[in-house]
Ligand binder design. Structure first.
Ligand code: TYD
Ligand code: MG
Length: 454
C-alpha cells in the first residue's frame, strides 16, 4: 500500500503547509497547525463517470423509516430517539471512570442477547479485563465478540471478517491510523479515525458507538469538529460521589436532543431508573426553610426535583451568588424581582441555589420554585413539603404560563403531593384532578402568600 500523504492545516484559518509550524503564517496564531491526511478530491466528471444522481422534487423522494435496533434498555432507546439506527455513528462522551465502558458493554450484551452480532473493540483493556467486567455484569453470550486492537486498518479487517451489526470502539483516543504520524489521541488521529469510521458505518450499514474521553474543560478530547462529524453525541454525566448517571443527547440526527436517560451505578453494573422523581426526592428534608419541589420537563418526561436555597447575611463586600443545576443569570434575575416587587432586602445576602441529585434544570418553569426557596430561606419560614411549584417569572413579577401542565400535574399526583402552585393561565381548559389541590397564581406575591402561609 502506498504511503498516504499528509499536510498540516491551520485549525483557525485553513492555511496549509507540508511542514509543521508553530505559528501559522496565515493568521499568526500559535499552535494551530494540525496534521491531516491530504486527499485529492476528484469529481466524477473528471474521471469520465456518468452523472449518478439527478436532483428530484422533494415530494417524490421516498423516505422510509431508518431501521432501528431495540437495545431493550428503555432509557438508552429514548435518548437515541427510539432505538439504535443502523448505519449511524454515535459518540459517547464522559469523564474517565464515569461508566462509559460499563454502559456500552451492557448495551452490547443486550443487543447480542437478541441475536445481533456485536463486536466490542477495546484499546484500553485486555480481553481478560473485559471478560472480568462482563462476568460481573452477567454479560455472557456467544454473539458478543471482544478484541483488543488499536490499529484502525486492523479494526476494519476485523469488521470485514466478523460482519457485525454493531461495533463498539472504546475509546477513540486510543486508536490510530498507521498513515498519520502523530500519536494516538492527537487531534489529527482522532479526526482521521472518526472520519474513517463514519464511512465504514455508512457503507456497511452497521451502527458504531465510539467512546470519547472528556478533557478538563469539558469538551471531548480532540477537536470540537468530532461532534460535527458524528450522527449523535451522547454525554454520560454524573457526580463521582453520587450513584446517579445521566445520559444526555447533545446532538442527534435521528431524534430529539432534549431527552435524558437516568441510570444508577450498582454493584452489578448500571440499572435503569424508570421513576426518577422518587429517586431525586428520596433524601429530601421535610418542612424546612429553603426547599421546594418543582415538576420540570426533561424531554418528554416530567421529573420532580427538589430545589434548595440558602440565603444568609454576607461578610463580603459583594455578596456571593452561587447556583448549581440552574442558570445563575436566571437566579440573579429572580432575586432582583424579589427585591423590587416583594421588597425582600437581598442585596447584603449571600445566596446559594442548588438542585438536589445533580440534575440540571434548563427550563424557565423552575423560576417560581427558585423564588419560593430563596424567600423561604430568607424569611426562615418553612415551605409545605406536600407542595409542588411550577411557573416562569417575568420581570414585572408576573407568573407566566408553562407548557405540558397536564403531565406535570399527573406526576405530582402520582407521587402523593397534596397541592400544586401553578400559573393561573396554564389552567385554562384543563380538567383538574380531584386528589390534588391546584392553586392558580398570577404573580410572585400571590405565590409566596400561598407557599409560605404557615
Ligand atoms: P467504567 O465503565 O470503567 O468507566 P469509563 O469507561 O467511563 O472510564 O466504570 C468505572 C467505574 O464504575 C468504576 O469506578 C467502578 C464502577 N463500577 C461499578 O460500580 N459497578 C460495576 O458493576 C462496574 C462494572 C463498574
Ligand atoms: Mg472505559
Amino acid at each position: 500500500m502506498s504511503k498516504v500523504k499528509t499536510k498540516f492545516a491551520c485549525q483557525d484559518c485553513g492555511y496549509e503547509s507540508p511542514k509543521w509550524m508553530g505559528k501559522c503564517p496565515g493568521c499568526n496564531n500559535w499552535n494551530t497547525m494540525v496534521e491531516e491526511i491530504s486527499f485529492k478530491q476528484t469529481s466524477g466528471r473528471e474521471r469520465g463517470m456518468p452523472v449518478k444522481q439527478t436532483a428530484q422534487p422533494i415530494t417524490e423522494v421516498v423516505s422510509d423509516e431508518e431501521p432501528r435496533l431495540n437495545t431493550t434498555m428503555a432509557e438508552l432507546n429514548r435518548v437515541l430517539g427510539g432505538g439504535l439506527v443502523l448505519g449511524s455513528l454515535v459518540l459517547v462522551g464522559g469523564d474517565p471512570g464515569i461508566g462509559k465502558s460499563t454502559l456500552l458493554l451492557q448495551t452490547s450484551f443486550a443487543l447480542a442477547h437478541q441475536k445481533n452480532k456485536v463486536l466490542y473493540i477495546s484499546g484500553e483493556e485486555s480481553v481478560k479485563q473485559i471478560k472480568m467486567r462482563a462476568d460481573r455484569l452477567g454479560a455472557q453470550t456467544p454473539e458478543l465478540l471482544v478484541v483488543t486492537e488499536t490499529d484502525l486498518l486492523q479494526i476494519e479487517e476485523q469488521i470485514d471478517f466478523v460482519t457485525p451489526e454493531v461495533v463498539i470502539i472504546d475509546s477513540i483516543q486510543t486508536i490510530f491510523h498507521p498513515d498519520v504520524t502523530s500519536a494516538a489521541g492527537s487531534v489529527a488521529q482522532v479526526r482521521e479515525c472518526t472520519g474513517h469510521l463514519m464511512r465504514l458505518a455508512k457503507t456497511k450499514g452497521i451502527a458504531i458507538f465510539i467512546v470519547g474521553h472528556v478533557t478538563k474543560e469539558g469538551a471531548i478530547a480532540g477537536p470540537r469538529m468530532l461532534e460535527h462529524m458524528v450522527d449523535a453525541v451522547l454525554y454520560f454525566e454524573g457526580d463521582r460521589h453520587n450513584t446517579f448517571r445521566i445520559l444526555r443527547a447533545v446532538k442527534n440526527r435521528f431524534g430529539s436532543t432534549n431527552e435524558i436517560g437516568i441510570f444508577e451505578m450498582k454493584e452489578k453494573g448500571l440499572e435503569e431508573v424508570s421513576n426518577p422523581s422518587e429517586l431525586f426526592l428520596a433524601e429530601r428534608p421535610m418542612g424546612v426553610a429553603g426547599s421546594t419541589v418543582v415538576a420540570s420537563m426533561e424531554g418528554t418526561r416530567p421529573v420532580l426535583v427538589e430545589l434548595q436555597a440558602l440565603v444568609s447575611p454576607t461578610s463580603f463586600v459583594t455578596p456571593r451568588r452561587m447556583a448549581t443545576g440552574v442558570d445563575h443569570q436566571r437566579v440573579a434575575m429572580i432575586m432582583a424581582v424579589l427585591e423590587k416587587r416583594i421588597g425582600l432586602m437581598l442585596q447584603n445576602q449571600d445566596a446559594y441555589v442548588n438542585v438536589a441529585g445533580g440534575v440540571r434544570l434548563d427550563e424557565p418553569a423552575v423560576d417560581l420554585a427558585i423564588a419560593i426557596s430563596i424567600a423561604s430561606s430568607f424569611r426562615d419560614q418553612a415551605t409545605n413539603p406536600y407542595d409542588v411549584v411550577i411557573g416562569e417569572i417575568g420581570l414585572t413579577g408576573e407568573v407566566r404560563g408553562v407548557s405540558r401542565m397536564e403531565q406535570r400535574i399527573k406526576e405530582a399526583e402520582k407521587l402523593g403531593f397534596k397541592r400544586l402552585i401553578v400559573p393561573e393561565r396554564s389552567l385554562r381548559g384543563l380538567e383538574l384532578p380531584t386528589t390534588i389541590k391546584v392553586i392558580g397564581v398570577n404573580n410572585v406575591e400571590e405565590a409566596l402568600h400561598e407557599a409560605l402561609r404557615g
